[in-house]
Design a protein around this ligand. Structure first.
Ligand code: GDP
Ligand code: MN
Length: 395
């Protein structure tokens, strides 16, 4: 889950990190009102994606009238596929320096990494690609967190890499960044964030260090530990996932392990390995799988029905291949689910089932009774479904 900037800044504030005062506005009138309270403002599109500045989604407004105008231009605008529903109106900063500070997961090192660069403001990916020497990194002990001396050393390395910076004295940089990095790191850990980023971390002309932008992404696999946050973000959190594949969003809602692949043959199997194998078999026969869908071990009839229903939501699906290896999963249970689903959903597409293992006999008998002939082997089933689709036949 990606938090919007204003949501992320609220988290930073609560963690003791300074952010500009701001208000969320959903209309030019609201933005104008906010500017009356705040003075010169920056009006910023609230969409869960970076690069808003370049896309025209960040505008400075010196007066309430300009804030009205800026909000009118930004609201409803499309930024990388997101329509802007709201803007954040913040007191404008007088920027002396833009710094990059982020905490993310370093998959190679299997721990979190703190990234600091005095080449802030730009996309960090760009800096990483063109001038990687300008980025300093720290891999803190995951239990102890970043220690003050480590952060001082990180800061000095980053400053040296940038050839120095005189927006603040070295001593000020060190004393500002030690608590800031520690708070950001703790926040990232507490939120199970895969990314907690301040870009730019602004040094103002008056020497204040403040978060100009904020990005937080929470690891999807840890969302169950942050139900309160998911609830709190309410309708905006839904907006934050709107860039995802809508079928995958729906599958997640149904609790299914599903990946949309875009082909025409819907696939259901139990166990990730078996499903991947099934995709290969279909490919080998010249077919194109529509999806990956793993109903897992011990799936009940209801889950099977959910899965079939899920495939039917995809208009590209022209046929379905169900591949079940019965271990904890019982053949008769799956067969019952398939038959009920087919009947209740009015499913008319070609359906090929391969079933083996626990309660195979019972399952096959049920299927045959219902007019579905189970295939003997998985390769045979793959061939059959591809043939059925290329001849445009039914089941
Ligand atoms: P992003 O492009 O989506 O990352 O959005 P940012 O919030 O980072 O804004 C992009 C750029 O706009 C920043 O790097 C700044 O240069 C500029 N900017 C943002 N807020 C202010 C502000 O309050 N004052 C000034 N002068 N510039 C700002
Ligand atoms: Mn930014």
């Amino acid at each position: 889950m990606k938090l919007l900037e204003h949501q992320a800044k609220e988290r930073l504030r609560r963690a003791g990190i300074e952010c500009p005062t701001g208000r969320v506005a959903r209309s030019p009138q609201e933005a104008e009102q906010a500017a009356r309270e705040l003075g010169a403002t920056v009006i910023k599109a609230q969409v869960p994606i970076g690069g808003r500045g370049k896309a025209g989604g960040v505008k400075l407004a010196r007066t309430p009238a300009e804030a009205h105008q800026a909000a009118a231009a930004i609201l409803g605008m499309e930024i990388h596929g997101y329509t802007v529903p709201s803007v954040l109106c913040e007191e404008a900063l007088e920027i002396a320096k833009e710094i990059y500070l982020g905490v993310t997961v370093d998959r190679d090192r299997r721990c979190m990494v703190v990234i600091l660069s005095f080449a802030g403001g730009m996309e960090i990916e760009e800096v990483a690609a063109n001038s990687p020497e300008k980025i300093a990194k720290l891999w803190p002990d995951p239990f102890a967190g970043p220690q003050a001396f480590e952060i001082r050393e990180l800061t000095l390395r980053a400053l040296a890499a940038a050839g120095g910076d005189d927006s603040l004295s070295k001593a000020r940089y060190l004393s500002e960044l030690v608590p800031l990095v520690q708070r950001l790191f703790k926040l990232a850990q507490d939120l199970d964030a895969s990314l907690c980023e301040i870009n730019p971390l602004v040094v103002t002309k008056s020497g204040q260090v403040i978060a100009g932008d904020a990005k937080i992404e929470i690891d999807q696999n840890a969302e169950f530990r942050h139900r309160d946050l998911v609830m709190e973000l309410g309708p905006d959190a839904a907006a934050a996932t709107s860039g995802d594949d809508p079928l995958e969003v729906e599958a997640r809602r149904r609790g299914l392990t599903y990946v949309h692949l875009g082909g025409s043959i819907g696939i259901i199997g139990n166990g990730a390995g078996l499903v991947m194998n099934t995709l290969d078999l279909v490919k080998q026969q010249g077919g194109s799988p529509a999806n990956f869908l793993d109903i897992g071990g011990g799936a009940k009839a209801e889950v099977v029905k959910q899965a079939l229903e899920m495939l039917l939501l995809d208009p590209e699906v022209k046929g379905v291949f169900v591949n079940i290896f019965g271990g904890i999963t019982r053949g008769d249970e799956v067969a019952r689910g398939l038959i009920t689903a087919r009947d209740e959903l009015g499913f008319k597409l070609p359906l090929v089932v391969r079933m083996t293992g626990t309660r195979e006999e019972e399952g096959r008998a049920l299927l045959e009774e219902a007019g579905i002939t189970p295939a003997v082997s998985a390769p045979e089933a793959a061939r059959k479904i591809v043939e059925l689709l290329s001849s445009g036949g039914g089941n």
